[in-house]
Ligand binder design. Structure first.
Ligand code: HEC
Length: 169
């Protein structure tokens, strides 16, 4: 029975405690919801970028005018299905691609022979974290699948074929 004012105060205090508890557990479970996949190491990814990608895509991901498209703010990095990105790094890319209103028509050599699955997942996770507004990390397991599936592929991909295959906008 709630007869005296401090009974109400006690109820209010309990409600406040329970809400605070629920709020805290909701917050912590939200953080737990998306731990980076096993094997992804953003610091390793940064090192791979410097060692392998930077000579073409440049230190700030700005690319080279008319020759190499930028990674900074590239919509390609934001794709929800990460297989096109994984394939570009594994097998390379060739032919026309339009990035931020500029057309490029070059060749990126595949890096699959040079980099293992964890290195590819880490470098892609690094460029997404840095230049794609923190788009989620990429799982080395998905890199492994693409590598196995296209084990005999030697040709680079073409961006417009990938777009069609993955129904990208
Ligand atoms: C030898 C130069 C070179 C290297 C090394 C290189 N790229 Fe590229 N990259 C290119 C070129 C050129 C294109 C555009 C190809 C085309 O015109 O179809 C490209 C395209 C891309 C694209 C799609 C277009 C865009 O701007 O979003 C991504 C993503 C990408 N590269 C990521 C990487 C990553 C990650 C690495 C390192 C693991 C890397 N590249 C290494 C030259 C390079």
């Amino acid at each position: 029975m709630l007869r005296r004012p401090h009974d109400y105060m006690r109820v209010n205090a309990i409600v406040a405690c329970v809400s605070a508890f629920l709020w805290l557990t909701a917050c912590s479970s939200r953080e737990d919801a998306a731990p980076p996949p096993a094997g992804v190491d953003l610091e390793l990814g940064r090192k791979v970028y410097v060692r392998v990608c930077q000579e073409c895509h440049m230190p700030e991901g700005q690319g080279q005018v008319g020759v190499v498209p930028p990674l900074a703010d590239s919509p390609v990095l934001r794709v929800a299905d990460t297989r096109p990105l994984i394939r570009i790094v594994l097998h390379g890319l060739q032919g026309p691609i339009d990035i931020k209103g500029k057309r490029f028509n070059g060749v990126m050599p595949g890096q699959g022979a040079k980099l293992n699955d964890a290195e590819i997942a880490s470098v892609l996770s690094h460029v997404r974290a840095t230049w794609a507004g923190g788009a989620p990390a990429i799982d080395p397991y998905d890199v492994r699948n693409e590598r196995m599936f296209y084990a005999s592929r030697t040709m680079p991909w073409n961006w417009y074929d990938l777009k069609r295959l993955f129904k990208l906008p």
